[in-house]
Design a protein around this ligand. Sequence first.
Ligand code: SF4
Length: 90
Amino acid sequence: MKEAIFYEKLRNNSVRCGVCRHRCIIASGKRGYCKTRLNKDGILYTLIYNKVSSWPQLLHGHIRKIRELILPTVVFAFLSQVLLLHDKVF
Ligand code: SF4
């Protein structure tokens, strides 16, 4: 666990996280709304340091690239080969 950044200490070992718009106030021993930040005795820790936390977005980006760039290229190459084989080149 690594101590988080962007947080402020409040009374009674509570902290306020400042990473996103939720601005969670987290009591000691509890986690924020995202479940990735833990308040342990008044110190906020990140539970996902050095880990990718947005696989769906990454996958979506790759799927979009495949759909928009690679797939049309493969289809064009395949169809041009089919047309060449049948002597129907433009
Ligand atoms: S949702 Fe997570 S990152 Fe956002 S303010 Fe709450 S604890 Fe911090």
